[in-house]
Design a protein around this ligand. Structure first.
Ligand code: SAH
Ligand code: SF4
Length: 354
């Protein structure tokens, strides 16, 4: 069975045209049906009432729309919403929607779990379960729109569960649908791929003509320390990653989670500045979310501010993420863990949807 939601717009149009022709339906129906995939999504073909009932039934039978049932929705006071989606095979992934003024940024997952085992990350602790398909990635956005069309994300970041560049084929297709005018139509500069730097696939991302944004999870200014925090350093080393960024030809963001006593010393800020300045990179400093790492502690606030100042004094554009939304965004790979913890503490704030 063809899954229209897994196809990028051109092949989806072709598959639909073939389907219509085989059924003796007029070709113009495609122009009514296609916008219902992404532009004005429907939860099921029944809802596309502009189509004749017989056509809706046939679509439902042979081209059903994949859904990701919502297993948990959590709304916090500042408007941040977290969702846990049921993948139908016993697995679940999460997304986080962060409103900030006119922007609504959705943080999405690309894999169930992650094989890379960064020591501070809850998703890493789960280990790798499986890759998401194209539809499972983009439908995280679609499902949010189906909950409420007014929630349509203006920005998407691949900072949920998983390493997007270890699921390149699906992420490649998902990027096309996110950006394409007949897909979700989100500008490439409003879509950010976050990665530890899987170099062969970073090169493939760089080859795409659209200006998708790149966030590189650095977290340490030396190979030695990065090796302790991120096992991937054995395969793709910090100097190799920095060299690849220098060739990227677009401004990149370096992600740096501040861990108390591990990577937050001022001399480490100096080392980081040496790496960031020649790249003209923006440095995003993220407070450690303790949920992912019971044995690590967040950097004290005064230290984080000093670290940020130290970078800035050396001409590096650095931002310490402090608003709750962004804080959650950085750590949204660990919603599952956090969800359990918070459910115990502040049950009254949660709306649990069965
Ligand atoms: N695998 C990709 C994308 C998902 S992780 C990557 O690592 O870039 C998205 C971001 O969340 C990364 O920058 C990651 O380092 C950060 N993160 C993971 N665990 C965190 C924690 N406990 N506290 C704060 N940020 C965390
Ligand atoms: Fe995987 Fe990213 Fe978590 Fe590292 S930080 S374990 S790469 S999801």
């Amino acid at each position: 069975m063809v899954d229209l939601l897994s196809l990028v717009p051109d092949p989806a149009r072709a598959a639909l045209a073939q389907w219509l022709e085989a059924r003796g339906e007029p070709a113009y129906r495609a122009r009514q049906i296609l916008p219902r995939l992404w532009q004005r999504p429907v939860g099921s073909w029944d809802e596309a009432t502009e189509l004749p009932a017989t056509l809706r039934r046939a679509l439902a039978q042979t081209l059903p729309l994949r859904r990701l049932p919502l297993s948990t929705r959590q709304v916090s006071r500042d408007g941040t919403e977290k969702y846990l989606w049921d993948l139908g095979d016993g697995e679940a992934v999460e997304s986080v929607l962060i409103p900030e003024g006119k922007r609504r940024t959705l943080c999405i997952s690309s894999q169930v779990g992650c094989a890379l085992g960064c020591v501070f990350c809850a998703t890493g602790r789960m280990g790798f379960r499986r890759n998401l398909s194209v539809a499972e990635i983009v439908c995280q956005v679609r499902e949010v729109m189906l909950l409420d069309a007014a929630l349509k994300p203006t920005n998407v970041v691949f900072m949920g569960m998983g390493e997007p560049l270890l699921n390149w084929d699906a992420v490649d297709g998902a990027l096309t649908i996110l950006n394409h005018a007949e897909g979700l139509g989100i500008g490439a500069r409003h879509v950010t791929v976050s990665t530890v730097g899987i170099l062969p696939n970073l090169a493939k991302l760089a080859q795409r003509p659209e200006q998708f944004r790149l966030a590189l999870s650095l977290h340490a200014p030396t190979s030695e320390l990065r090796h302790e925090l991120m096992p991937i350093e054995r395969k793709y080393t910090l100097p190799a990653v920095i060299a690849a960024l220098a060739r990227f030809r677009r401004r990149v963001t370096l992600e740096y989670v501040l861990i108390g006593g591990r990577n937050d010393a001022l001399e480490q800020a100096d080392q980081l500045a040496q790496l960031a300045r020649p790249l003209g990179a923006l440095v995003n400093l993220l407070p450690l979310h303790p949920g992912g790492a019971p044995d690590l502690s967040p950097s004290p606030r005064a230290q984080m501010l000093a670290f940020e100042r130290r970078l800035r004094r050396q001409g590096v554009e650095a931002v310490l993420r402090r608003s709750r939304g962004l804080d959650i965004s950085a750590a949204c790979g660990q919603l599952r863990v956090e969800l359990e913890a918070r459910r115990k503490v502040r049950t009254e704030e949660h709306a649990r949807i069965e």
